[in-house]
Design a protein around this ligand. Sequence first.
Ligand code: NAP
Ligand code: G3P
Length: 484
Amino acid sequence: MPFEYTKEGNNYKYLSNGKWQLSVSNKFISVLNPVDNSLVGKIQDVSKKEIDEVFKIAKSSQLQWQEIPVNKRAEILHKAADLMLKNKLIIAEILMKEIAKPKSAAINEVERTADLIKYTAEEGLRISGEIVEGQCFYKNEKRKTAFVNRVPFGVVLAISPFNYPINLSYSKVAPALISGNSVILKPSAQGAISVIYCAELFLEAGLLPGVLNIVTGNSSQIGDYLVSHKDVDMVAFTGSTEIGKRISSLAVMKPLLLELGGKDAAIILEDADLDLAVKECISGCFSYSGQRCTAIKRIIAVGNIGNKFSDKFVKEAEKLKVGKPEDNSNICCLINKKAVDYIQELVDDANKNGAKQLLFKTRKNNLIGPIVLDNINNKCRIYYEEQFGPVAVIIRVRDKNEAIKIVNDSEYGLQASIFTNNINDAFNIASKLNVGTVQINGKSDRGPDNLPFSCVKNSGLGTQGIKYSIEAMTRIKSIVLNLN
Ligand code: NAP
Ligand code: G3P
């Protein structure tokens, strides 16, 4: 059973060729619980030589994997997803310890990912090619027929962030595997243990050795080496814009999927259903303590709705439970001290530059917030920068046009929300917002995971979402028959 193979003492192994291994480097990274800094476990700091070996294995096993019929690959994914569901409480327990995710959100992450894997398995059965006839094209005298297929890239390098370790790892692994790629997965150090646990479930489900490999280590040491490795055929990355830009500069001529930072705005029009807008914005700003790429990071209150909105919003924010993940608290510790210090820095800067602080509930160790800042203006850093924590930012504007301009002035373009009862306004504004997705009368949100998840500007490149991820992890190959 899981962990029997993956662990020796406190040390979690890395996965290569279907076997859990201890690195010869004898160097480890400690994964600490953000709540009390206690040791959750140690992960391997793998050497470059070991990385070369993993690439060699991933490359050769991919050739066997792509020959296995897609229905067999789908069966394995279904089994792995069933095992995740069976073990969901154990996985959620690890998530609570590693990343301080509230219990119900941690369980939800596992269930959601199992659903995603199953849906991906089904969608994979529908990957199909087409036949394109070329004979009618201008001056084409030959009769040509193209058999157009989707084929795997080869070895996919998947790099995932700390905030959804399971979801954002296996939403890369599942589409890559179903379409015949092999995967080298590098999870965030904080989150790696839950990812390792799930990988063991894939092995138990019957995955061919070497098709899913996991390397762990110090990103500043191995990150560039992995990304620029000659045997990488495609890179799928989720994380900060800073690292995403670095990856895109290193992965020259390699297909890339990048899901990066955001500064999602919620525009509240004067005719909005205020109760709904407040409820969605509370959840949008504070779920998982604001550590979501799709968190609402700016609330733009239009015209005279500002005071009514902020009064109601603060009353609801005050009710949020601050405490431990096990108690299902709404606000739990942030991932580390650096993250808390950054939030404090942005709040201090805003207060110096004319913000009105309506609420600042807690500050103790890695626990901070909930915080509500009103009257944010363009002198404040938080007007532009991505706060990755429980801070709601309210910006007051005169009219819809000013709201649209502020949304579009950002370096980011992930999602935006519009709250209104006027469907014409909703669609008119939505068409002018330069983002990947616009939500009408709902918070910004990635799920359900089969919807397209796309972005513009510094929020990333490419589109995810089950069918779209499969497309992004395959290329078109044609075989043309010439009839003379
Ligand atoms: P991060 O610091 O950029 O780390 C993301 C991943 O990259 C981790 O596995 C990290 O490993 C690794 N990494 C760090 N330096 C690297 C390098 N030089 N080369 C290769 N890999 C490297 O991001 P995070 O703090 O985990 O996540 C928060 C950020 O992710 C936020 O900006 C958030 O908006 C964004 N995010 C975006 C989406 C989306 O779908 N658009 C979803 C979730 C999160 P270590 O952690 O071990 O250093
Ligand atoms: O930040 C991670 C992203 O995947 C969030 O997902 O469903 O909470 O919007 P969701």
